[in-house]
Design a protein around this ligand. Structure first.
Ligand code: FEO
Length: 155
């Protein structure tokens, strides 16, 4: 859960970077991503409560605030999603080891979601690489990413 809240922070930091670059459409892409992460965290929050557990919130680490280029932001976003996938897989390994069917079933949603998360981060990075992270192409990407909206995923 903390990792998902941290992801929200990471993407807000990336949104702030693009606002400062006057690329509000790309910033919007990361705002929507941050909203998705908040949704992911809250889904775990409610699951813990539903299972009779105690939610004890921890400190959230400082997100990355140093980005050298537009492309690097997207590289870091993809690398971040790959780390999240690993942490979900580790949790799933633990659930399987403990024969915890409820947690196993709950985590399947995240396993599937991570396939989508990595795919969309990879495609966004690919587009940035095609245009070399600059020039007129950046304005096209900015316009495209301005259209992204948050749609709560099916639970
Ligand atoms: Fe919650 Fe982007 O994974």
């Amino acid at each position: 859960m903390n990792n998902e809240f941290f992801s929200e922070y990471e993407y807000l930091s990336m949104a702030a970077y693009f606002h400062a670059e006057n690329l509000d459409g790309i910033a919007n892409y990361f705002h929507v991503q941050a909203q998705e992460e908040h949704f992911h965290a809250m889904k775990i929050f409610h699951f813990i409560l539903d299972k009779g557990g105690k939610v004890e919130l921890q400190q959230i680490a400082k997100p990355d605030v140093m980005f050298k280029s537009n492309i690097e932001v997207f590289e870091k976003a993809l690398a971040h999603e790959q780390r999240v996938t690993k942490s979900i897989n580790d949790l799933m390994d633990e659930a399987i080891k403990n024969n915890d069917h409820a947690v196993n079933s709950f985590l399947k949603w995240y396993v599937d979601e991570q396939v989508e998360e990595e795919s969309s981060a990879s495609k966004a990075l690919g587009k940035m690489q095609i245009i070399g992270g600059k020039g007129e192409g950046l304005l096209f990407i900015d316009q495209e990413f301005a259209q992204r909206t948050f749609v709560p995923p099916a639970a």
